[in-house]
Design a protein around this ligand. Structure first.
Ligand code: SIN
Ligand code: FE2
Length: 225
């Protein structure tokens, strides 16, 4: 990780225990944490999550290896990510309801575009938004995001609710990982030379967040089609 001081993106806001919001922290050449970048949109994003889950409920997906994921997932936007014993894929229809995924909320799209620009990763038009819900103990094992047709588009990942420890590794599974604490309102963006870096989330610690209670939500926006 670079030792240069973080760049200031906007006027900092103080959250207890969290790094100052408004900073851009490099995780790699083309990978950054934008501290607090989603704070102004958080109420809209949470309302959008609640709306999406009413149409496309959270579910624990099965991996191709037959394991049940501890994170509950749903999606919104033209394409949704799904997994079952036949494999990982993006689909225009929710396999649970056989209906299209709920639309991508404008607040989500606008934030993802602004985050990509703030990280100098260019124009970004995501067509898939995966919504992850973590409860204490839920984790995401180390993986690469490689099911997307457009690997030249970045990934924008928004954290809401309880804090988590994000692992950011290299291009090989065994590469050293850095541990990045992520708080309500933080946004991680990675693309370009860092697009295929391994990443994951450590088991969520018990806690109660003033806005989301016992949950952490994560919105991951990608160009999948
Ligand atoms: C993901 O890798 O899809 C989600 C990462 C996160 O929850 O922060
Ligand atoms: Fe991922």
């Amino acid at each position: 990780m670079s030792r240069e001081p973080p760049l200031l993106l906007f006027e900092p806001e103080v959250i207890e225990g969290a790094p100052a919001s408004g900073t851009l922290e490099p995780l790699g050449e083309q990978a950054f944490v934008l501290r607090g970048f989603a704070l102004p949109s958080a109420p809209d994003l949470l309302a959008a999550i609640h709306e999406a889950q009413a149409a496309a409920p959270f579910r624990h997906l099965q991996t191709p290896g037959g394991l049940t994921m501890s994170v509950s997932m749903t999606s919104c936007g033209p394409l949704g990510w799904t997994s079952d014993p036949k494999g990982y894929r993006y689909t225009p229809f929710d396999p649970l309801t056989n209906k299209r995924w709920p639309p991508m909320p404008p607040s989500c799209l606008a934030l993802a575009q602004a985050a990509s620009r703030a990280a100098s990763l260019g124009d970004f038009t995501p067509d898939a938004c995966l919504i992850n819900r973590y409860e204490p103990g839920a984790r995401l094992s180390l993986h690469q995001d490689r099911d997307e047709a457009s690997l030249d588009a970045p990934i924008v990942s928004i954290s809401l609710g309880l804090p988590a420890t994000f692992l950011f590794g290299g291009h090989a599974r065994g590469d050293r990982q850095i541990r990045v604490p992520l708080y309500h309102g933080d946004v991680v963006v990675w693309g370009g030379v860092d697009r295929l870096r391994y990443h994951g989330v450590l088991p969520l610690k018990e806690g109660v967040h003033p806005v989301t209670g016992a949950f952490r939500y994560n919105l991951t926006l990608r160009r999948a089609g």
